[in-house]
Design a protein around this ligand. Structure first.
Ligand code: PGA
Length: 248
């Protein structure tokens, strides 16, 4: 089970310090992987604070070249150097505000893999596509176009755009159907299995319902990962869910 905390362009040194202070003596479960995606500028800062805490760090995006005249960009190799293990690619906010394309996301994912980072590729339909019964076709195209040529370990995050930051989540059957489809699409193209995370308005109240859906391998949390109390409430619920399910 994987929990990804996407801080987006939020928090500062003071609030990050406070967040990590509250993790210092926490008892973490070995059955749950945690990764925080802070703003790029705080990766190094957070990485030092997390030195003795079993939480990985990731970048929120990366470029597909190591170096070059790309003002404002961050390379996968630099992320790796700062201690990142993962990188989010193709988040809908980047697709909308920064015009990230499937083609570009594919290039970045290939370069991330070469740089020894594990990509988390985000896909998700908008409200009209969901309402018009076009969600599955749309996601199939996104995956087909973004999928790296070669990979060993890949994570896909299914994040319906209409669910991000809105408090609305799809019906359990819609999540199940989409996650199943995503796994089938990837397998048919690569003969590889992928983990699929659900993202979009995950919180303490709905986490158990989401985790109970077949083929949900974890979650990508935005807003509810910014406050330590909410973050730990989600984490604890996930641990309890696993303990009950697998009896450990
Ligand atoms: P949210 O964001 O949890 O605030 O809806 C999720 C995301 O954008 O990854």
């Amino acid at each position: 089970m994987f929990i990804a905390a996407n801080w987006k362009m939020n928090l500062d040194k003071k609030s990050i310090n406070f967040f990590v202070e509250n993790l210092q003596h926490y008892k973490f479960s070995e059955n749950l992987q945690l990764c925080i995606f802070p703003p790029t500028i705080y990766i190094d800062f957070l990485s030092k604070l997390l030195e003795n805490i079993p939480i990985s760090i990731g970048g929120q995006n990366c470029h597909h070249q190591s170096f070059g005249a790309y003002t404002g960009e961050v390379s996968a190799t630099s992320l790796k150097e700062l201690g990142c293990d993962y990188v989010i690619l193709g988040h809908s906010e980047r697709r909308i505000y920064n015009k990230d394309t499937n083609e570009n996301i594919k290039k970045c994912s290939q370069f991330a893999i070469k740089s020894d980072l594990k990509p988390i590729i985000c896909v998700g339909e908008n409200f009209n596509q969901r309402n018009n019964g076009k969600a599955i076709d749309f996601i199939e195209k996104q995956i087909t176009d973004c999928l790296p040529e070669e990979f060993n370990e890949l994570i896909i995050a299914y994040e319906p755009i209409w669910s991000i930051g809105t408090g609305k989540i799809p019906h359990k059957t819609e999540i199940r159907e989409m996650h199943e489809n995503i796994k089938e699409i990837v397998f048919s193209k690569s003969k590889k299995n992928v983990k699929v995370l659900y993202g979009g308005s995950v919180n303490e109240q709905n986490i158990l319902e989401i985790l109970s859906v077949n083929n949900v391998d974890g979650i990508l949390v935005g807003g509810a990962s910014l406050k330590i109390k909410d973050f730990l409430a989600i984490y604890d619920s996930a641990v309890k869910y696993l303990q009950k399910k697998y009896n450990f």
